[in-house]
Design a protein around this ligand. Structure first.
Ligand SMILES: [Zn+2]
Length: 544
């Protein structure tokens, strides 16, 4: 059992941290004995634990008594962790004193950690403020240049390793459903439905340029093959026939998405514009008018009903919901009315977002948001791909967005070739298979069509993920699975010699994949992490 002795203002953040690092813990009670004590306050002299982990960038009473020296680093530092780097967004200090230094500061010989061991207990001093880091990651998030670093998962892994290295086992409910390697949410932002809606406007001229000259230049740059060039030029010649209603509109792809996803037994979530011709109120700049969509949910009511009927999900593609509660309620009601669903989630058009957005969406009654991601990068904005509750809100989940098609391929964003994009996605998939959580993918409605032609890539991605044995879940199902995990409680954690008794309770009653209990074994050789997964049972005893 972990005891947590922290400042009052950190309690909400610690509670969220231990939903992500789902292991038995409680706020420090001086009458209880602990295996591990995590401390951020100045006074822990009465504490009784085998391992004390003391986080903080400032000098405290323990440092003064133990002769530890603290030196503040300049902002923007990284720690070297195994084969990667961990950015520290708040204050970071070098820690020196009697003991074994660890957590090396990148490009420096100094360390931000010190292990001080005596015969029956160890104290570990770490020179940053863990819960401030967590609050920053879940609130503001990481800049795009650090997108590939699972910073929050690394904070969990550092703490877990310290406990295991001290010879103490760790019991967790991992963010991985039983029988799967991780969860995948496929999502589609529906910004356009038909090219027919765009006659002689910016969208049509843009399409014509990119499909003709742009595609030719892409062939020259080896970003496209000749078959794709032919497809795009053919689409341009067909355009008058589409405007005349003679040929099928090649941008209308709902049925094709359903067909492709049903083949891998997946059901995706479609985010639909609630009101057409609205650019939104808070955006300025000369391009802001381009945000207005030419369609809204009332134009595709039958398709929305068909999607819901076939087990796919619809949510709001928000216009003004991110900054105004009245607008947020109205946008939610529009989609709820047509879909006949009560649980409605949202992703903001253009990923608009500010510090009050979570509160605004919660007030409007959304069940989840999935805006927290990047327009120009791929990876972990929150430093984790677990679904979380933003600090200070109670009733809304955030499903972080990881991969967006236009971020990968758009010349204004990363402008990658198919091979480069594949390497990047593989890299992220590998990290998520290691840490668990949800890989959330955004493929836009018209991305299967000319001139983008990202269909082959999407099919390849679906097959790759299918082979990785993932659970393809709708956004709501993934959130419900994480809610069940949050609702699971550890009770009666008792150690009796080398046997641990534990009762885990959860009164979930649904058809989602079950959870599992993971026992990490104490790390005797301090090299390899070993664990055993046990099937979910309400009461379990096991020996170490
Ligand atoms: Zn959009």
């Amino acid at each position: 059992m972990i005891g947590v002795l922290i400042n009052n203002h950190e309690k909400n953040i610690a509670a969220e941290f231990f939903e992500l690092f789902k292991t038995p813990w409680e706020l420090f009670d001086k009458n209880h004995a602990y295996d591990v004590l995590i401390v951020t306050t100045d006074n822990f002299s009465a504490a009784n634990a085998r391992l004390i982990v003391l986080y903080g960038s400032g000098l405290n009473a323990f440092d003064e008594a133990a002769g530890i020296k603290i030196k503040s680093c300049s902002p923007g530092n990284f720690l070297s962790i195994e084969d990667t780097s961990l950015p520290v967004y708040g204050r970071l200090s070098e820690i020196t004193g009697q003991g074994h230094p660890f957590l090396q500061i990148k490009n420096s010989i100094a360390s931000a950690g010190l292990k001080i061991a005596d015969s029956d207990k160890s104290v570990i001093r770490i020179g940053y403020d863990l819960f401030q880091e967590v609050a920053h990651l879940l609130g503001t998030g990481q800049p795009p240049e650090n997108a590939l670093i699972p910073a929050l998962d690394l904070h969990i892994s550092i703490l877990r390793n310290l406990i295991l290295n001290a010879g103490i086992p760790v019991i967790e409910i991992p963010p991985v459903p039983a029988g799967y390697n991780f969860i995948v949410c496929l999502t589609h932002d529906i910004d356009f439905i038909r090219i027919r809606d765009h006659k002689f406007d910016h969208t049509m001229w843009g399409f014509l340029y990119r499909a003709t000259v742009g595609s030719l230049l892409d062939v020259v740059k080896s970003k496209r093959n000749l078959k794709e060039l032919y497809q795009n030029w053919k689409a341009v010649f067909m355009l008058p026939l589409i405007y005349l209603g003679i040929c099928r509109d090649f941008w209308f792809k709902f049925d094709r998405y359903m067909e492709l996803e049903e083949k891998v037994d997946a059901r995706s979530t479609f985010f639909i514009i609630p009101f057409k011709n609205r650019m939104g109120k808070k955006l300025t700049g000369k391009d802001a008018y381009l945000r207005a969509a030419k369609y809204d949910v009332t134009d595709i009511q039958d398709m929305v009903k068909k999607l819901v009927h076939k087990g796919f999900e619809v949510g709001v593609h928000g216009i003004d919901a991110w900054h105004n509660t009245t607008s947020a309620r109205a946008e939610k009601a529009r989609i709820a009315d047509v879909s006949n669903k009560k649980n409605i989630g949202i992703r903001m058009h253009w990923l608009c977002f500010d510090k009050d957005t979570f509160h605004t969406l919660e007030e409007a009654g959304f069940s989840f948001d999935t805006t927290f991601g990047y327009n120009d990068a791929v990876g972990y904005r929150a430093g984790t791909s677990q679904i979380f509750k933003p600090i200070g809100v109670n009733n809304i989940f955030e499903l972080p967005l990881n991969i967006q098609d236009t971020a990968l391929f758009n010349p204004k964003h990363m402008s990658l070739t198919k091979n480069e994009a594949w390497q990047l996605c593989q890299n992220l998939i590998e990290r998520i298979s290691r840490n668990g959580g949800v890989l959330t993918i955004l493929w836009h409605d018209r991305s299967l069509s000319p001139e983008r032609l990202y269909e082959d890539y999407y099919i390849k991605l679906l097959n790759e993920l299918k082979n990785k044995q993932v659970w393809f879940a709708t956004a709501t199902d993934a959130c419900t699975w994480f809610k069940n995990r949050r609702d699971a409680k550890f009770e009666n954690v008792k150690q009796d010699g080398d046997v641990i008794h534990i009762k885990v309770s959860n009164d979930k009653n649904d058809t989602l994949p079950s959870m599992k209990l993971r026992i990490y074994h104490p790390n005797t050789d301090k090299q390899t992490i070993k664990y055993t997964d046990l099937p979910w049972k309400s009461e379990i005893s096991f020996s170490i």
